[in-house]
Design a protein around this ligand. Sequence first.
Ligand SMILES: Cc1cc2nc3c(=O)[nH]c(=O)nc-3n(C[C@H](O)[C@H](O)[C@H](O)COP(=O)(O)OP(=O)(O)OC[C@H]3O[C@@H](n4cnc5c(N)ncnc54)[C@H](O)[C@@H]3O)c2cc1C
Length: 382
Amino acid sequence: MPDYEPEKAELASRDVVSRHMESHINKGLGATSRFGEHLWLDIRLLGEDHINTRLREVKEICQYFLGIDPARELIPVRPAQHYSMGGIRTDAHGQSGTLKGLFACGEAACWDLHGFNRLGGNSVAETVVAGMLVGESMADFCLGNEASVDTGLVREFFEREQAALDNLRRRGGAQRVTALNAAMQSAMTRNVGIYRDADGLQAAVAELGSLLERCADIGLQSGGHGADPELVLAYRLPRMLKLALCVAQGALNRTESRGAHCRLDFPERDDSQWLNRTLARWPAGAALPQLRYEALDIMAMELPPAWRGYGSRDFIPHPQQAQRQREVETATEQYGNRFERQEALMPYTHLLPERYRSHNARLFEDGQGDFNDPEAAGGAAE
Ligand SMILES: Cc1cc2nc3c(=O)[nH]c(=O)nc-3n(C[C@H](O)[C@H](O)[C@H](O)COP(=O)(O)OP(=O)(O)OC[C@H]3O[C@@H](n4cnc5c(N)ncnc54)[C@H](O)[C@@H]3O)c2cc1C
């Protein structure tokens, strides 16, 4: 990593590290072992003490999953799926705009807390904050008048799903669920992975579509007594394939590179065309998802998109990028107080429940502690 990213080395952002790992392997510089093709990660230089005390989780993962001791041995590593950058589109209260009463937060949601969900490193913080806010708005919703549940609708849904499961158990189709699942995994890894291009993505869309069709002819082997993982997978697979198709079709349409979406045929980030969200819906009976796009308002951003700090500085700016940047700079000069600055740039406090609108305190601000003297701050600098 120091060769590829002299400044940030292995602390570069994860999509950047993953791309370097993948290209390193593609250059033929990977290692092959019983784990397949991969690279070696050497953390032995940190010493046994550090690894056993500060990196216990890493040590345990190595022990449980690989049977190796990272204080003495090299760790085989390769990029893998890390985060789902997409989810149920919700409003500021975590509620879906298209299905009343459906709430989502965390990795399952597409929320506005950090703009795009997510290229930064704050998903745990987002999950905790969203859990608090969305949980409360769910509770309010349930206590309010809107939450009357139509039991007829619930029964109808239950009966439909039960009938589908009974049918799955009974019918003797020709398709094996594990083979279809493996084919989906391989299509996604091969063509919708770290590097993408139009040919690969088109091939993925075609293959995933054909796998989805074949799901109509699944035949189970297991007999269906007791807990039945094959039945569970058969039930889930068409849904997973639909989601995979949304990802692949969305990636095919998006003719630019952005964060973890790296198009070899469109290497530039194009904020002039693609500063938007892909919204997917699946009309009943359709073979492919319907995609539409929701523009992001750059004039409402506290940090308008700019160069990320890696690689070439090429990107196509949004037409209002410079204007918003000037506004941000002016507000920064105008307001010494960070709360006033934030309110001027992002006036969203009214969206919070009343009790959360007060200003949050920072340690070492407003005489609350001395940064250079953690003890005076009650040891909280830890
Ligand atoms: C290797 C790795 C490293 C990461 N490092 C960082 C980091 O350094 N910093 C950071 O901010 N973020 C990091 N993340 C991301 C962060 O951990 C996740 O985005 C976050 O934990 C997601 O929280 P969540 O509650 O939304 O979802 P999850 O933690 O995935 O919780 C979803 C829960 O729902 C349960 N569930 C699923 N289906 C059902 C069902 N049908 N019925 C009932 N329960 C169900 C699951 O079992 C799970 O417990 C990392 C992620 C990974 C994989």
